[in-house]
Design a protein around this ligand. Structure first.
Ligand code: NAD
Length: 207
């Protein structure tokens, strides 16, 4: 039997793109799946797709930049599946692009809030719950190849992704002795709607 079978994974940004593919792959390993995403309509479509494939799914609306919303995801996941073993911090946005002199604080804030603090909050809320049951688990952070080297005109995105690579290495050392494995995924180009991230930008940090 797979080491994942019967365990529970929480996947942020799991309503489409890379997150949904990860949810499908983990569901195929017989994990219970919690997909948490800011896009409620897509969450429902994703749930139908996964359930049609025989996967146990819970959907929760989440803005990863809001720590209290992560707590609500944890509460609902435990109410449904009892334990959490894995968090996949996948939700991300492209952020503003263009020359540095054209970039403003709000654009940087949006990228920092989602791509960096969203990962921090996901790990901060889920780690104690993984430690609690003592069965070990996994934290998987989705960074990017852009976090391994600079990309012109993508300063905010590359900075947040480099930070996610760095903090993943820190957490790997910190959590190893607790049986929690931390990895960082750095994809290159994947055909998704990441280039249309503006659709997920909150009105409060619009230009
Ligand atoms: N597509 C690529 O080429 C590529 C390459 C490297 C890394 N990545 C990373 O992969 C991850 C997934 O991106 P994707 O390509 O699947 O993009 P995508 O735009 O297709 O999917 C992103 C998902 O995250 C959700 N989301 C956005 N903001 C959110 C928020 N504040 N709270 C909760 N959910 C939110 C969206 O609704 C969407 O479901 C991102 O972290 C991205 O940076 C993508």
């Amino acid at each position: 039997m797979s080491q994942f079978a019967g365990k529970t994974a929480v996947i942020s940004g799991g309503a489409e793109g890379i997150g949904l593919s990860i949810a499908q792959a983990l569901g195929d390993q017989k994990m219970n799946i919690v997909i948490a995403d800011i896009d409620e309509a897509n969450l429902q479509k994703a749930r139908s797709k996964l359930e049609d494939a025989g996967i146990s799914v819970l959907t929760v609306v989440l803005d990863v930049a809001q720590e209290d919303q992560w707590q609500e995801v944890a509460n609902q996941a435990i109410a449904r599946f009892e334990k959490i073993h894995m968090v996949v911090n996948n939700a991300g946005v492209g952020g503003d692009t263009g020359p540095i002199e054209g970039q403003d604080q709000k654009g940087w804030q949006w990228a920092l809030d989602v791509n960096l603090m969203g990962v921090v909050y996901g790990a901060k809320v889920m780690t104690p719950l993984i430690k609690q049951h003592g069965e070990g688990g996994w934290i998987v952070n989705v960074a990017s190849m852009a976090g391994m080297g600079g990309v012109p005109y993508l300063g905010a995105y590359t900075a947040t992704k480099a930070a996610v690579v760095a903090l993943s290495e820190s957490w790997a050392g910190e959590l190893e002795e607790k049986g929690i494995h931390v990895s960082v995924l750095c994809p290159a180009f994947v055909q998704t709607r990441i280039h249309e991230s503006e659709r997920n930008r909150p009105a409060t940090i619009s230009i």
